[in-house]
Design a protein around this ligand. Structure first.
Ligand code: NCD
Length: 329
């Protein structure tokens, strides 16, 4: 099969994608536009493009991940890049190497694109300052940000509703520990959605008043009239006790079931970034109902959006990427 001819894209003006704030509205919309172009291609039979032919992508994951790592790997391969997966268990990081030693090793390998997931907020930014001639993409750093998740969520809403602007989106559950919530609030607000944050006071960040979203502690009020209910995973691994009385109590007050969902707008759709704690933040009955659940669409959208992000960063035209420009250290 001959490769489809893609309309050229404008050179991207950002050296890295570390947080949603790295993008302006126009750049975010451009990425979503390009993802729309790639989507039918990811659904077709012949899935290989040569946009990134000759480029090397390293996937560096310090935390367990199934869907995000696979999504970036597929996106890279479908764009024609060479993809290497490095997970912490098999790397020398497990032997005590610091992030900065890792950067030096990676620099010697000369990747063009580096995707990093790390348990510490700010890890992606630190690495970006030390990498030479390589774009860094944050695939989740601690409780900070997960920008490609927000982009794929917005893209999923666009596919479903034809717009993001004017939608009422209720982001519910463990906001405190969620990088997904932080990135989504930033992007959805930028794109003109009305964003609500719903959860118990113990699972709200202390600075939530500055996030620019309406905060609700009563789930029923929080999802009333919402077009999208986005559930977050209860991040039990990031809790050291005392945040919720028990999983059963949490489900009673903040778990999404049919009864609570009935209060949302007609035609409401449900999202979850995965992995789900079934029976804790979401009832299987809702999660598995294809008439309301967009969870599978989110995964599909993820590959197309990441193809667009990789393409954009590979097209970067500036020189701010070399030798840690902007790094006083
Ligand atoms: C999220 C993550 O890791 O931040 N999942 C994902 O990327 N698919 C959400 C989560 O772990 O709860």
């Amino acid at each position: 099969m001959t490769e489809p001819v893609l309309p050229p894209r404008q050179p991207f003006t950002r050296p890295h994608l570390l947080q949603i704030g790295d993008l302006n509205r126009l750049e975010a919309l451009e990425l979503l536009d390009r993802a729309r172009l790639f989507l039918p291609f990811t659904q077709g039979r012949d899935k290989k493009l040569s946009v990134l032919k000759g480029r090397t992508l390293i996937n560096l994951f310090f935390e367990n991940s199934t869907r995000t790592q696979a999504s970036f790997e597929l996106a890279g391969k479908r764009m024609g890049a060479d993809v290497v997966n490095m997970s912490v268990k098999s790397s020398s990081v497990a032997k005590g190497e610091t992030l900065l030693d890792t950067a030096a090793t990676l620099n010697a390998m000369g990747p063009d694109l580096l995707v990093i997931r790390h348990g510490a907020s700010g890890a992606a930014q630190l690495l970006a300052r030390k990498m030479v001639g390589c774009a860094v993409i944050n695939a989740g750093d601690g409780k900070h940000e997960h920008p490609t998740q927000a982009l794929l969520d917005a893209f999923t809403m666009l596919r479903t509703f034809g717009r993001v602007e004017g939608l009422t989106v209720a982001v519910c559950g463990d906001v405190l520990h969620s990088r997904v919530a932080r990135s989504n609030v930033a992007l959805l607000s930028m794109l003109g959605a009305r964003v609500r944050l719903v959860g118990p006071p113990t699972l709200m960040p202390t600075d939530v008043g500055r996030w620019g979203a309406d905060v609700f502690h009563d789930m029923r009020r929080g999802i009333a009239g919402a077009d999208v209910v986005m559930m977050l995973r209860l991040q039990l691994e990031r809790m050291d006790g005392g945040f919720v009385p028990s999983a059963r109590e949490f489900f009673r007050f903040y778990g999404l079931d049919r009864e609570k969902l009935a209060l949302a707008a007609p035609g409401v759709r449900v999202m979850h970034p995965g992995p789900m704690n079934r029976g804790v933040e979401i009832d299987s009955d809702v999660a598995d109902d294809e008439r309301v659940s967009l969870i599978a669409d989110q995964v599909e959208s993820g590959v197309a959006v990441r193809m667009a992000v990789l393409e954009a960063l590979a097209s970067y035209g500036g020189n701010g990427r070399a030798g840690g420009a902007g790094d006083p250290a």
